[in-house]
Design a protein around this ligand. Structure first.
Ligand code: 3PG
Ligand code: MG
Length: 407
């Protein structure tokens, strides 16, 4: 059952007989790495329960994932070998590793598996057929399993062999992580508690035009922060000094503001800002009214009056969806606005007066910085897929599952 009480529109592992089956499970182990070390385990931790459940039901679990964007075949930096070690550690169960995801190496590793055992195959993107969704490569992958489970919502915006092609080849089901993600995301956007607010931040408007266009038709309040707010401020005739700005989009920004008005969506821009003349850690900075930004100033965060205004919006809203930090949060002290908003949203969620949903790599980092991650109603680990979902786009990986249910 979904959050709205209807039967799930896609098949889930409740619909599958798993015992004794070779189950190909697509997960997203595209984890952040620095010098060969994994810096954040969130994506690994999210998929553990689904892997355990399939293993405990007596299946042979064959895990597929990509890592990074390798272009020319196998390379050490994007090998999943070290991820297999981390996965084994987090699972507390042995994870076998095969150095190729298709061909004789993969086949013999799969045939050695006993029921309940777990095998991780090497990076699917080491083969060009993966991103090309090449039918021959899809067949090679499909040969390895009896059943396909997609547990990687965060890659479902890609029509790749391991996310889309194979779902049309084998009996396909949504894994638990995918199931929960779809239920939360569709439930919260399709049947939100109102009023609903959106907070959209990040550096560039150009990457978020479709997102803003779709959101303004769904929400009562749309706050725009971060670097992208500067384009809107400049388009409204404000002086923004040396701030980041896509001035060529001024006309587009004005149209977005007019469209929001027509859609009865209150578009809210910063009323003050924290500015500095140098962008560096602990730069000397000051809060100014939005009409008093100097010629040499850069806007790097929202100011205290804007924070209060946003707190008011959050207090009035029943649902908020958040993508993108509202200031240059990686560089202190310009995390202040983002962290303050995250903390307030977390408290309101804890006290059940607000449902909060967030997604995107930077947003997750910001929520972690504010120790707010666990308080949010739902945090999507997806970046691009979360954005495309918010834009109202069809995600090929999800569509392939839905098509199975319809068939
Ligand atoms: C992500 O990190 O957003 C997903 O793993 C997809 O990765 P990609 O953008 O390289 O396709
Ligand atoms: Mg990405």
């Amino acid at each position: 059952m979904t959050r709205s009480g209807q039967a799930s529109p896609f098949p889930t592992i409740d619909d599958a007989i798993l015992t004794n089956k070779r189950v190909l499970v697509r997960v997203d182990l595209n984890v952040p790495m620095e010098n060969g070390r994994i810096t954040d385990l969130t994506r690994i931790d999210r998929v553990l329960a689904n892997i355990r459940e399939i293993s405990q039901k007596g299946a042979k679990v064959i895990i597929l994932s990509h890592l990074g964007r390798p272009k020319n075949g196998p390379e050490a930096e994007t090998s999943l070998k070290s991820v297999a070690v981390a996965l084994e550690h987090e699972l507390g169960q042995m994870v076998y590793f095969a150095s190729d995801c298709v061909g004789p190496v993969a086949k013999s590793a799969v045939s050695a598996l006993r029921n309940g055992e777990i095998l991780l195959l090497e990076n699917t993107r080491f083969h060009p057929g993966e991103t090309k969704n090449d039918p021959a490569f899809v067949n090679e992958l499909a040969e390895l399993g009896d059943i396909y489970v997609n547990d990687a919502f965060s890659t479902s915006h890609r029509a790749h062999a391991s996310t889309e092609g194979i779902a049309r080849k084998l009996p396909a089901y949504a894994g638990r992580t995918m199931q929960r993600e779809l239920e939360m995301l569709t439930g919260m956007l399709a049947h939100p508690e109102r009023p609903m607010a959106a907070i959209v931040g990040g550096a560039k408007v150009s990457t978020k035009l479709e997102l803003l266009g779709n959101l303004m038709r769904k929400v009562e309040f749309l706050f725009i922060g971060g670097g992208m707010a500067n384009t809107f401020l400049a388009a409204s005739g404000k002086k923004i000094g040396k701030s980041l700005c896509e001035i060529q989009l001024a006309e587009t920004a004005r149209r977005i503001m007019a469209d929001a008005d027509e859609a009865n969506c209150q578009l809210i821009l910063p009323v003050d800002a924290v500015v500095a003349t140098r962008f560096e850690p602990n730069a000397s900075c000051r809060a100014v009214d939005i009409d008093s930004v100097g010629d040499d100033d850069m806007i790097l965060d929202i100011g205290p009056r804007t924070i209060s205004k946003l707190v008011g919006v959050l207090a009035a809203a029943r649902t908020v969806v958040w993508n993108g930090p509202v200031g240059a949060f990686e560089t202190p002290p310009f995390q202040t606005g983002t962290v303050a908003i995250a903390k307030v949203a977390a408290v309101l969620t804890r006290t059940k007066s607000l449902e909060t949903i967030a997604g995107g790599g930077d947003t997750i980092a910001a929520l972690n910085q504010a120790s707010a991650f666990n308080d949010f109603t739902y945090v999507s680990t997806a970046g691009g897929a979360f954005l495309e979902w918010l834009e109202g786009k069809i995600l090929p990986g999800v569509e392939a599952l839905r098509a199975q249910k319809a068939a």
